[in-house]
Design a protein around this ligand. Structure first.
Ligand code: TYD
Length: 210
C-alpha cells in the first residue's frame, strides 16, 4: 500500500529545478519526513546506463526509440525505487517523471501524444505523482542559464524552437491536470521561488488532509 507522497519536479533545461529539489528535500526533512530523492532518466543502475545513452551527444536514435528507452528506465525506476519507497512510507521526490516524456518526446520531438498515453498507462497503471512542480521560464532565460553552466548534453544542444515546443507541451499538460501540476514562475529570484514552493506544498497537503 502506498503510504508516502510522490512529488515530481519539471521544467525546461535551465529552469532551476535542481536548486529547488535540494530546497524541497531540506524542508521536508526538517518536518520529520523521510525523503527519497531520485531522478529520471535514471535512479537505478540500469536506468543510469540508459541515461548515459540517452544524453550522449554521439548516440543518435529514432524519436520513438528515445521514448521507449525513457519509459523502460521508468519501469525499472518504479519497480526498484519509487514504489518500494512509497510503500515504506517515504516521500519520493523525483527530478523529472512522465510529464517530461510528454514535453520532450511529445512536444519537442513531435511524437504522437496518444502513443505516449499508452506507454504511460502500460508502465504506471494508475500511479501518478501526488504533486508536480512545473518551473516555468521563457525559453531564452532557460537557454542562458544552461549555457552558463556546463557542456551541453543531447537535449540541451537542441535549438530554441525545440524548447519552445517543450515549454508549450508542459503548459498543455499543466492545463490538463491542474490539480496535480502546479505552475511556479521560475523567472523570480531563488528566494522567491523557494517561498512559492513552500507555500504550494502547504496548500496542497493541507487541503488533502482536511
Ligand atoms: P536533466 O534532468 O535536465 O539533468 P541535468 O540537470 O543533469 O542536465 O536531464 C535530463 C534530460 O532528459 C533533460 O534534457 C530532459 C530529458 N528527458 C526527456 O527527454 N524525457 C523524459 O521522459 C525525461 C525524464 C527526461
Amino acid at each position: 500500500m502506498k503510504l508516502g507522497k510522490f512529488i515530481t519536479l519539471e521544467g525546461i533545461d535551465g529552469a532551476g529545478k535542481s536548486t529547488q529539489l535540494d530546497f524541497l528535500a531540506t524542508v521536508l526533512c526538517a518536518r520529520g519526513v523521510t525523503v527519497t530523492v531520485t531522478r529520471e532518466p535514471g535512479g537505478t543502475p540500469l536506468g543510469e546506463r540508459l541515461r548515459d545513452l540517452l544524453l550522449d551527444q554521439s548516440t543518435a536514435m529514432h524519436p520513438e526509440t528515445e521514448a521507449l528507452l525513457m519509459f523502460a528506465a521508468r519501469r525499472e525506476h518504479l519497480d526498484k525505487v519509487i514504489i518500494p519507497a512509497l510503500n515504506n512510507g517515504n516521500w519520493v521526490i523525483s527530478d523529472r517523471f512522465t510529464d517530461a516524456s510528454f514535453a520532450y518526446q511529445g512536444g519537442g520531438r513531435g511524437l504522437n501524444w496518444e502513443k505516449l498515453v499508452v506507454l504511460e498507462k502500460w508502465v504506471q497503471d494508475t500511479l501518478q505523482p501526488d504533486l508536480t512542480f512545473y518551473f516555468d521560464v521563457p525559453v531564452e532565460l532557460g537557454r542562458k542559464r544552461v549555457s552558463a553552466l556546463k557542456t551541453l548534453d543531447r537535449f540541451e544542444q537542441e535549438q530554441q524552437d525545440f524548447f519552445q515546443r517543450v515549454r508549450d507541451a508542459y503548459l498543455t499538460r499543466a492545463r490538463q491536470f491542474p490539480a496535480r501540476i502546479q505552475i511556479i514562475d521560475a523567472r523570480q529570484s531563488v528566494d522567491e521561488v523557494n517561498a512559492a514552493v513552500e507555500k504550494t506544498l502547504d496548500r496542497i497537503f493541507m487541503q488533502a488532509s482536511l
